[in-house]
Design a protein around this ligand. Structure first.
Ligand SMILES: Cc1cc2nc3c(=O)[nH]c(=O)nc-3n(C[C@H](O)[C@H](O)[C@H](O)COP(=O)(O)O)c2cc1C
Length: 189
């Protein structure tokens, strides 16, 4: 593209300079981040013999060699304070039928695991029944990043059922994927 073809953006609504809107920036950022659709994972482990876990939408696959993945955790999380002491963590990619389970995992309920099945590995990773992928991992490092920590995890073992439909989180709502209608069929619909 030649330089002369670039036009100045006329943003509608206009850009908000975060530095000039301190009071509103947290709300705006939450809303903007919520416009990015993600999957949802359950991060769970046995702590003192009891299952402990949380829902996380910040999961990101990182590296094939070595096998690394990550998620971000809020420093204030009581759940993470317990999970971080475990030598093994279980990551379950939640399926479309797990919306109630995801809500429970994100709550501060007494029994977060009521209403769905769990299994544990000998190492203490806890995995959710019916998930798309199960991963057993260990914490490689935790990188401070503002009010969150980026938790880098090393995969020890995994298994998957790729035919299971995933759970999607978008705009503060749990959703399911729909196959897009091919453009050619849309023209005739
Ligand atoms: C869809 C969804 C995604 C979430 N993703 C994250 C996340 O990536 N990181 C995080 O720290 N908390 C996340 N949470 C919040 C935790 O699941 C949970 O609510 C929180 O850990 C509860 O606070 P506590 O750990 O102090 O009990 C998410 C919640 C929901 C509903």
């Amino acid at each position: 593209m030649s330089e002369s073809s670039i036009t100045w953006l006329a943003a509608d609504p206009p850009f908000t300079l975060l530095a000039e809107h301190d009071g509103e920036s947290a709300g705006m950022l939450r809303k903007a981040y919520g416009c990015f659709p993600t999957g949802v994972v359950a991060v769970c482990a046995l702590c003192d013999g009891q299952p402990v876990g949380m829902a996380a939408s910040s999961f990101v696959p990182v590296s094939i060699d070595p096998p690394l993945l990550s998620f971000c955790v809020q420093w204030t999380s009581n759940t993470w304070a317990r999970l971080s002491k475990s030598t093994r963590l279980g990551i379950s990619f939640l399926g479309a039928s797990h919306d109630a389970a995801a809500r429970k995992l994100a709550s501060r309920a007494e029994d977060k695991f009521d209403g769905f099945g769990l299994g544990a590995t000998p190492g203490g990773a806890v995995l959710v029944d019916g998930a798309v992928v199960w991963i057993e991992c260990s914490v490689e490092s935790v990188v401070p990043a503002g009010d969150h920590g980026i938790v880098l995890l090393r995969i020890i073992a995994l298994t998957m059922r790729p035919h299971v439909e995933p759970l999607v989180f978008h705009g503060s709502t749990f959703r399911q994927l729909q196959t897009a209608m091919p453009l050619s069929s849309r023209a005739h619909a």
